[in-house]
Ligand binder design. Structure first.
Ligand SMILES: C[S@@+](CC[C@H](N)C(=O)[O-])C[C@H]1O[C@@H](n2cnc3c(N)ncnc32)[C@H](O)[C@@H]1O
Length: 244
């Protein structure tokens, strides 16, 4: 039990610590490919003007802001995260933009503070690795999406091709922690891994694409598909909530 509470606190502390450098690091680590992946994900949400969306574990609000643009002023977007410093950055971005159709809330992905069947789409970007219980997170996302609505997640994955996988392992497990060392001085959080060492560590126990597909199906999602992007370094998972 202590282990569980520890992981939650540890993850929150990580993101509260790196919040200011988070967007820059993301762009550097993904070699500028992130905006293209986000665009792909957004297409899979099937969002149109006037719709209602939720981004779970929204971090600094990048995806939520793009969704807000898609749904327009007649639509509404919520972003939820449990790290207040990440939310502060998201809120600053909204303050400095024209978009006023976004609400950011502090909350837990495993216990969403929203009623059943409430959103046209619910998304999650690069956070399934961080939650304590992946099945519970997907179940919660499914609970709050309307029947016929979409649940769309993007997460880091390992390429299947042997050579690409070797290159990926070298980059992700050796180079990323080094980049982190330059950016955040490699400071340990709660006497555990520094943030950009935690990033590859968290992938070690992360389920395969087929397992995630089964978790989606078990949560009540149909037409579940996954799409590897960036030579298989990330994967977008899509499911549609069953009607009735
Ligand atoms: C890697 S960041 C991803 C941020 C954003 N979705 C993106 O794509 O850039 C993971 C985020 O998940 C949040 N997080 C992790 N576990 C959470 C939980 N149980 N409830 C709410 N937020 C959580 C962290 O605070 C962090 O902001």
């Amino acid at each position: 039990m202590t282990e569980i509470i520890d992981k939650d606190k540890y993850v929150r502390n990580i993101f509260n610590t790196i919040a200011r450098k988070y967007d820059l690091m993301n762009l550097i680590m993904t070699w500028g490919m992130l905006p293209g992946w986000q665009k792909f994900l957004l297409k899979k949400t099937r969002l149109t003007k006037g719709k209602k969306a939720l981004d779970v574990c929204c971090g600094t609000g990048e995806l939520a802001m793009q969704m807000a643009e898609l749904v327009g002023p007649e639509g509404q977007v919520w972003g939820l995260d449990f790290a207040q410093n990440m939310l502060n950055i998201a809120q600053e971005k909204v303050k400095n933009s024209e978009q006023k159709n976004i609400t950011f809330v502090e909350g837990d992905a495993l216990q969403l503070p929203f009623p059943n069947d409430n959103f046209d789409t619910v998304t999650n970007g690069f956070a399934l690795r961080n939650v304590l219980d992946i099945s519970q997170a997907i179940k919660e996302m499914t609970r709050v999406v309307k029947p016929g609505g979409t649940v769309v997640c993007i997460e880091v994955s390992r390429p299947h091709n042997f050579l690409l996988r070797m290159g990926f392992n070298l980059y992700f497990f050796k180079v990323v922690p080094l980049i982190g060392k330059v950016v955040d001085k490699g400071k340990a959080i709660d006497n555990k891994f520094p943030p950009y060492t935690w990033l590859p560590e968290s992938l070690k126990t992360f389920p395969s694409q087929e397992e995630i597909k089964r978790i989606f199906q078990g949560a009540g999602l149909k037409e579940v598909k996954y799409y590897p992007l960036g030579f298989g370094a990330v994967t977008v998972y899509v499911g549609v909530k069953r009607t009735g």
